[in-house]
Design a binder for this molecule. Sequence first.
Ligand SMILES: [Zn+2]
Length: 385
Amino acid sequence: MFLAGATAAAAEAPRISGLQLGLNAGLTRLVIEASGPLAADLQTSAEPALLTLTFPPGVTAQPLPGTAGSGLIERAGPLSEAGGRVTLPLILAAPALVERAFQLPAQGRHAPHRLVIDFRPADSAAFRMAFAAPVHLPLEQSADVVPPLPASRDNRRLIVLDPGHGGQDPGAISASGRYEKDVTLAVARAVAVRLEQTGRYRVLLTRNGDRFVRLPQRVALARQKEADLFLSIHADSLASDGLTRGASVYTRAEHATDLEAEALALRENKADLLADSAPAEELDDVVSILLDLASRDTPRLSGRFAGLLTASLGQATPLRRNAVRAANFLVLSAPDVPSVLLELGYLSNLKDEALLFSDQGRRELAEAVVAAIDRFFGVEAQPAR
Ligand SMILES: [Zn+2]
């Protein structure tokens, strides 16, 4: 226990109860939870890769382990006590400046106060200048007075691929009894391999096996990891229609563009009814701290990617008419990650079924998806030969 012999005055001082690190809109966010409003001094020591937060006298801390890194911070913690004051070391992956630092009051009786610090990349000279003297946090004003600096170099985009369904939820079932969940995983894996081969992307799958994953968990993963793009992969089926075939692409909208899209969203959203447990609200709490700056740009970006994806898929497979549509898909609900749902085709159509269960067909679809992702991020793929 830190400061076991705390004085009466210290009893009223904030007690630190939690540390969280994450990425938020391109910034590295450190959140320190405490029982009351928290201030701190931030300074660098002789070692250039180390920043130390020093809390005012009287502040105490629960024994907390260090937190594994994210973004510009390789490691936060462990908290320790030096000279009667609690300190928190931050080991940096690269020089960083404080973009902003603010307090968030407790959101409920038992909820903690939070000191939120956003870091952005800097060069070494700016870093040395900024921390020549301790920086008092929270900042009274935004650190925007420091001129913007070039972004750091290796920032591979993070693509979260979401193979639809899994485990007890087979998804759509083809005429010959094959499962959507197998198609979605196979195509997601093919896309992941190709994306990684480009060297331009990091890839995460919401499931990499035959496993049931709730829709909110899929969304939460993309948000927690601050994905640059979320692509949910599905294949549809129409019970009384063996003729309809082709791919289609969806974004999220509260009001569906058409009845068919609305019905599809209802089918896909049903996956969550198969969960054994009540909605996982704790997930919302985990990510909510990372999110108070949801991008207003997200719907525009989702729409842009949907258009590129459709154009690219048209090279590999037939498309439905009006191939880009929108409906209220739960899995597309991240407000801060551009999110698109792809229906690869119809398992109720024999040609689509053959395409989706062939290596060749999957390869072509995966290549079309990767080409669209490259265009979305402004990298034209090399010509095929
Ligand atoms: Zn599906």
